[in-house]
Design a protein around this ligand. Sequence first.
Ligand SMILES: *Cc1c(COP(=O)(O)O)cnc(C)c1O
Length: 351
Amino acid sequence: MSKYFNSFYKELTPYTPGEQPQDKKYIKLNTNESPYIPAPGVIDVINSKEAADLRLYSDPELKPLKAELARAYGVEPKNVFVGNGSDEVLYFAFMAFGEAGLKFADITYGCYKVFAAVNGLKTEIVPLKDDLSLDPSDYMDSGKAVVIANPNAPTGMTISLEDIAEIAKSNAGSVVMIDEAYVDFGAESAVELTKEFDNLLVVQTFSKSRSLAGARVGYAIGNEELIADLETLKFSFNPYNVNRLSMAAAVEAVKAADYYKDACGKIAATREWTTKELTKLGFTVLPSKSNFIFAKTPDYDGKKLYLDLKDRGILIRHFDSARISDYNRITIGTQEDMETFVATVKELLAK
Ligand SMILES: *Cc1c(COP(=O)(O)O)cnc(C)c1O
């Protein structure tokens, strides 16, 4: 740390992303990327004309993408905010709506804590239940902003739309953010509820179900006044927050809904297959509606399983935190990836 560093930030613990190793080729089941390439139209649009246009600034209002998202979700463009990944969207939302503090689960997406800290927000951390499910009643009348990942990460578990409506209703004085990064793998979206509740903000991303993690595009849907607040912050920070290539890719991705529906369906089917196989091997697997599963077994230490699989060229994600160190989070790859994964786990258990 330099002696010049702003003292406000000295205690910050930054987010630790999952490994992106460059040393050799792994079966990569550690950062919830899609195993399937983007839709053909997405790849085609990144052509030499688009590359030549990089000399020009991108559209700061992101009009074509907002129009496409609005059409796809049955809202108006003024109800859509677009960011550089949903991480940026969440960051602006915490900045905008976290003045009275922010409430979230003890086991959830790691960026919430970091984004709250960098903005100096007070936090209230609510433990998940013993079975790692989230109790909606813990989030009623919070007196501060609420953020819930639904499905939650790294558990993959969901709460119902009825619960979300109750939470929004009981927190009329603050904003309730529902992070739907994984909603397309079999959960229900709360987008429709944003028409009923002006304090409800739904955040989604192109990174998981649309195979565009590297493009960095995310968005929020909500009441136009909430969206206008996010725009105020964006135009005060980085007006050209989404680059030309990424916006062009994202527009095509929204149009290719059928392609991605098919890919998500394959991933959900492979998830069910993997869950069944691991259960047969004695694992406890939480009921997941996402593109990963969270699993543990009494027969093999969680961290050791992660390390031994890494030795054998398979990367999964292990979290060294108290309540979940027995578990590993396993991204669902192709059916072939998962057959290799299950066979390797079998070998390790037999040793
Ligand atoms: C991956 C993830 C995000 C962030 O995704 P971006 O790549 O920044 O769009 C947000 N929330 C959760 C729960 C995630 O798992």
